[in-house]
Design a protein around this ligand. Structure first.
Ligand code: ADP
Ligand code: ZN
Length: 716
């Protein structure tokens, strides 16, 4: 764990106006960037030991007080060092010490001339010297604000209003500006209810079936806050979802300054976007979970799209939930927050049921022509799949091909086959370093066995290492194998596979989406990466394969995830003119989860699942924290957790400390992983306990043990 303390430095010339500013300080042999948090007259350190701050960055506006408060809150709630929280909050380019040259940090937005603007600029009178000079510079290309004088900036603002220039903080719109459609009755009602709730903090859960037009609700709410001169923060769970949303924003708000914040940006881009947010230049900030910490001096609204998505939870470092942080932030700032989903998290659903969140419902699809697609369960015990495909699904695919419509076959396993199996003795190939099987992948030059946990790659053996049998066969289906068998069965079809392997290259996913939109694809084979939030208008069939897997998972959240995934993927079908259909292959068609999926009945699923959780004393009815420990020697990790447990018991708090157990993935890359669960009936109890427990943990001997604390864990 990073150090939890704050550090004192001498800063003779610092004033209160410097709180929140970046400073460069000597730290050991090096220089580090820090944030000035407090001014003190005295220090616990000896005078002679105090070192002076090398530089206070006064070229950049300080981190706003609100953000410092949020950072302190997150540090306390997640029991993570404040310094590390603040470091994580800064874009990488501002985290690095630059020596004596602190680069000027005012660069944010650039402006580019529009077609019409260039024409208008050509007609500027000969005496409009300043304007002509500016026009000249714009003709040479986009002009960063940082390279302009105040006078030029005033001109740019005027030209922005006339439509002569557009801000280039984000990509320009892909097409003409969108006129808002006539809102559906439910959309109008949802917007009105947010509006009537007035200003100040209010949390709304927007439960809208897939295709119900949740985005339109967001856009209208964003429009309202922009009109009031405020900023909007929009979060999406995955980087892949950013471009589509960015384009919606660009087409609806072409004249507004929009920026993105996510980890795929180059350092310079991210710094520029962050500074545009901080300076207030940016009207809309769109990003992934890290954007929840964007500095927003005029914040007026937070939108969290697909709020149920586990990707909002950071799985390393400070294990925060961006959704939860967003709710606290909205509360602290006194602004509205809208959490949207077709399948809300059970946490949010319960909050809505309890009246803490206001529930907004979109029960119908926005386009009158498109109903929710009928879902059919294919009993795989009767209609036995051949190469993964039941005859019902194969027939449905053929029908779509004949009609020139698109299909999606969803299978949540990448690679060729989940395992390689010896047909003689039944041996499967475990990863020698992890508690997992090796997955068979097809690679250039043959097959490979790959571990999805530690990355180990090996050539498959010629014969079984156990019995010498040469008859080794792939067992089960992965995206690659399915792609192959579809190609054999439908040689005329254009097939595209979308999974983490094919989408890895930057821009690959966007390119694939364009291919699908341009109808250059007949059958899509994809993992959950395609299931989320994408609008594929020509898709009329969705087939689901291998879903049963999740029903037998030891993770109690697997059912909730499967349900959300199935509803999401089903929601891809028939979103435009053509009716859609969903076929799910399963050996358990009577399972209540599938029955709820058929009826598109989220509420029933949520009610049943919440009942189970209440009965089993599981979240959201209790609060949990997980102390994880990993080590080469299992005993070392266990000893640490036992000592931690003993220390916790000594605190006599109202929490339950379970026995240390192995994690679901008991070993990764040769390291044993164990964990200790702490549970409390209420969040505050847990927090009070953790505050007292953590210092004790830090004092424990932990040689060779890497440990971390995960508050509100979502994976075990
Ligand atoms: P969701 O996010 O709820 O799944 P979207 O926001 O993607 O749904 O909207 C689904 C489709 O309906 C989109 O193509 C969108 O353009 C369209 N749509 C949304 N609202 C309206 C409306 N009021 N009138 C007509 N079409 C709409
Ligand atoms: Zn491995």
């Amino acid at each position: 764990m990073p150090l939890a303390r704050l550090f004192d430095y001498l800063a003779a010339d610092a004033t209160h106006a410097d709180i929140g500013r970046r400073v460069e300080v000597p730290f050991g042999p090096r220089r580090r960037v820090g944030v000035l948090l407090e001014l003190a007259e005295a220090s616990d350190c000896a005078w002679s030991e105090l070192k002076p701050v090398r530089r206070i960055d006064r070229a950049t506006p300080p981190l706003p007080q609100e953000l410092l408060v949020l950072a302190r809150f997150a540090a306390d709630y997640y029991q993570y060092p404040l310094g590390a929280v603040l470091a994580a909050l800064l874009p990488p380019a501002l985290r690095r010490a630059t020596g004596d040259r602190v680069a000027p940090m005012t660069a944010s937005v650039a402006h580019a001339p529009t077609e019409a603007g260039l024409a208008a600029m050509a007609t500027l009178g000969p005496r409009a010297h300043a304007q002509r000079a500016l026009a000249e510079r714009l003709r040479a290309g986009a002009l960063p604000l940082a390279q302009t004088t105040p006078r030029e900036r005033a001109l740019l603002r005027a030209w922005l209003n006339k439509g002569w220039v557009v801000p280039m903080a984000d990509a320009p719109p892909s097409g003409p500006a969108d006129a808002p459609p006539q809102a559906t009755a439910e959309q109008a009602e949802a917007v009105a209810r947010v509006q009537h709730a007035g200003s100040g903090f209010n949390a709304f859960l927007l439960h809208g079936v897939t295709g119900s037009g949740k985005t339109e609700v967001y856009l209208r709410l964003i429009d309202q806050v922009l009109e009031r001169g405020l900023q909007a923060l929009v979060l999406v769970p995955e980087i892949h979802l950013v471009p589509q949303f960015a384009d919606r924003l660009a087409r609806r708000f072409p004249e507004r300054t929009r920026v993105q914040l996510h980890s795929a940006l180059a350092d310079g881009e991210r710094r520029a976007a962050w500074l545009a947010a901080l300076s207030g230049d940016a009207d809309i900030v769109l990003g992934t979970r890290l954007a929840v910490f964007a500095p927003l001096p005029r914040l007026g609204l937070i939108v969290v799209d697909e709020e149920h998505d586990a990707a909002y939870k950071q799985m390393e470092g400070m294990r925060y939930s961006a959704r939860d942080v967003a709710v606290w932030r909205a509360q602290a700032r006194g602004v509205a927050i809208v959490l949207g989903s077709a399948t809300p998290s059970l946490e949010s659903w319960r909050n809505a049921q309890a009246g803490r969140y206001r529930l907004l419902t979109l029960s119908q699809r926005a386009r009158t022509s498109s109903d929710l697609p009928p879902v059919r369960l294919i009993d795989s015990r009767i209609d036995r799949p051949r190469q993964g495909l039941s005859s019902a699904l194969a027939d449905a695919l053929r029908e779509r091909l004949q009609r020139g419509e698109q299909s999606l076959v969803f299978i949540n396993r990448r690679g060729y086959a989940p395992t390689l199996l010896c047909n003689g003795c039944g041996h499967v190939f475990p990863c020698p370093r992890c508690s997992a099987h090796l997955v068979l992948h097809r690679a250039r030059g043959g097959y490979r066995l790959v571990c999805h946990h530690c990355g180990l790659t090996a050539r498959p053996p010629e014969v079984c290492p156990q019995c010498g049998n040469p008859d080794l066969r792939p067992a089960g289906q992965g995206t690659q194998r399915l792609e192959e068998s579809l190609a054999e069965r439908f040689p005329e079809a254009r097939i595209l596979r979308i999974d983490r392997d094919t989408a890895a290259r930057k821009g690959a996913f966007a390119a694939m989406r364009e291919q699908v939109e341009a109808r250059a694809v007949d059958i899509l084979v994809g993992t959950q990466i395609v299931a989320k939030g994408h609008d594929f208008p020509h898709l009329t069939l969705v087939g689901v394969i291998g879903a049963d897997q999740a029903l037998v998972s030891p993770d109690y959240r697997a059912g909730e995830r499967l349900f959300a995934q199935l509803m999401q993927v089903a929601g891809r079908a028939g979103r435009a003119e053509h009716a859609g259909e969903v076929l799910i292959q399963t050996a358990y068609p009577r399972h209540p989860l599938y029955q709820a999926v058929i009826r598109h009945d989220y509420a029933a699923f949520a009610a049943a699942t919440l009942r189970e959780r209440r009965g089993a004393d599981l979240p959201p009815f209790v609060s949990q924290a997980l102390l994880r420990a990993e080590a080469r020697e299992e005993d070392a990790a266990l000893a640490f957790l036992l000592a931690a447990r003993a220390a916790g018991l000594g605190l006599a708090a109202e929490v339950r400390l379970f026995d240390p157990v192995a994690a679901l993935m008991a070993r990764i890359a040769g390291r044993h992983r164990l964990q200790l669960l702490v549970q409390a009936a209420r969040r505050v109890r847990l927090r009070d306990f953790l505050r007292r427990w953590l210092p004790l943990l830090e004092a424990l001997p932990a040689r060779g043990v890497k440990w971390s604390l995960d508050v509100d864990p979502v994976d075990y």
